[in-house]
Design a protein around this ligand. Structure first.
Ligand code: NAP
Length: 336
């Protein structure tokens, strides 16, 4: 750890997103003077591994955040709401994974490939979008810039780890129980997820899931398209890691699949994986562990004027959460 480098804390270091932040900080060789691992009192005294060494986890308190230059929050909205303003008031920057600040006009909502320059506008808190809004915006911003986006329809296929460590563990337990011929148990989710596909499980806002509302609001904000018509159904599938989405878009003018593919191939953060004749397209299992948003099945959608269909997949814990947050922190350091 170097002395000119920032002092960093990670709140939620034991969780699905937080433990991936540790991995991504290590993978990207993020500069650090010190790293404090924080979580709830339940985890105080436990250790997490960083750069091959054990870091002892402390229960988060205001005092743990004093003097920090950057604090990653991956511990849910209530914790971010309580502590992120303290970080900002102390002159540090809170890079928040929760949803509490995402629609706050004073807080930039940032995906570096889409609107990285917004990092410059922060007042001590920077929000990261939802794990579907991130890959969707990375995949569609280049097409919007080149051709103008007029309409969006999405159906998601979201991994259990998107619901946190507990849902991922529940899916693994259910798989073992099913294999042993036992009735699958259920504690944290309203349905058995193993062997199932569930168009819900989130809190409802009228007829829409909270996830659908978040993705639409955040996607519109990221692309600065406040009136964009969007239809969406969010679905949980029995996959450990990797969110996918079937996407249908309508553009301002006619665009061939080859033209769209060309634009996407030149865009940051995207890997085009698109040769259906050889069964080559993105799948969650294959994108897990990658930091890129994978796009394939790029073809015409004949049901709409200037319509294109595509399939998008990304690692929800990396680009959908940790990688985006670490990239944002890298921009904070670059711009300071
Ligand atoms: N999972 C994803 O794909 C994903 C993607 C984007 C954004 N996010 C966001 O990231 C955040 C964490 O989600 P997750 O999926 O990682 O959940 P998770 O696996 O359940 O982990 C939650 C983490 O928060 C800690 N925590 C819980 N309550 C706390 C409290 N009162 N004070 C301090 N720490 C507390 C937990 O510590 P203990 O171990 O001590 O309980 C754990 O480290 C959420 O805001 C979520 O919306 C997640």
């Amino acid at each position: 750890m170097t002395s000119s480098a920032p002092s960093v804390a990670l709140v939620g270091a034991t969780g699905a997103a937080g433990s991936t932040v540790l991995q991504v900080l290590e993978d990207r060789n993020f500069p650090l003077r010190e790293l404090r691992a924080l979580a709830s009192p339940r985890s105080a005294g436990r250790t997490v591994t960083f750069r091959g060494e054990a870091l002892t986890v402390a229960a988060v308190e205001a005092v743990c955040l004093e003097g920090c230059d950057i604090v990653f929050f991956a511990a849910g909205g209530a914790t971010s709401k309580e502590y992120a303003p303290l970080v900002a008031a102390g002159g540090g920057v809170a890079v928040d994974k929760s949803s509490v600040f995402r629609m706050d006009p004073e807080v930039p909502l940032v995906v570096p490939e889409v609107n990285g320059e917004k990092v410059r506008e922060h007042h001590g808190i920077i929000a990261n979008p939802n794990c579907v809004a991130i890959p969707l915006s990375v995949a569609l911003a280049p097409l919007h810039r080149a051709f103008g986006l007029r309409h969006l329809t999405v159906s998601t296929y979201q991994a259990a780890s998107g619901g946190g460590r507990a849902l991922r563990e529940e899916l693994e337990t259910q798989a073992r129980e099913d294999a042993a011929g036992q009735a699958p148990s259920r504690k944290v989710y309203p349905h058995v997820l193993h062997g199932n596909v569930v168009p819900g499980g989130w809190r409802m806002y009228g007829d829409d899931t909270e996830e659908e509302v978040k993705v639409v609001q955040e996607f519109r904000r990221l692309l600065d398209l406040p009136e964009l018509p969007v239809g969406i159904t969010t679905v949980r599938v029995p996959v450990a890691v990797g969110h996918a989405a079937a996407v249908w878009i309508e553009l301002e003018s006619e665009v061939t699949p080859a033209e769209a593919r060309h634009v996407l191939e030149g865009a940051a953060g995207i890997r085009v994986v698109d040769d259906p004749a050889s069964q080559t397209y993105p799948t969650p299992r294959e994108v897990a562990g990658s930091d890129e948003v994978h796009v394939g099945r790029i073809r015409r959608d004949p049901s709409r004027e200037h319509g294109l269909a595509l399939f998008v997949a990304a690692d929800n814990l990396r680009k959908g959460a940790a990688t985006n947050a670490v990239q944002v922190a890298e921009l904070v350091l670059e711009y300071r």
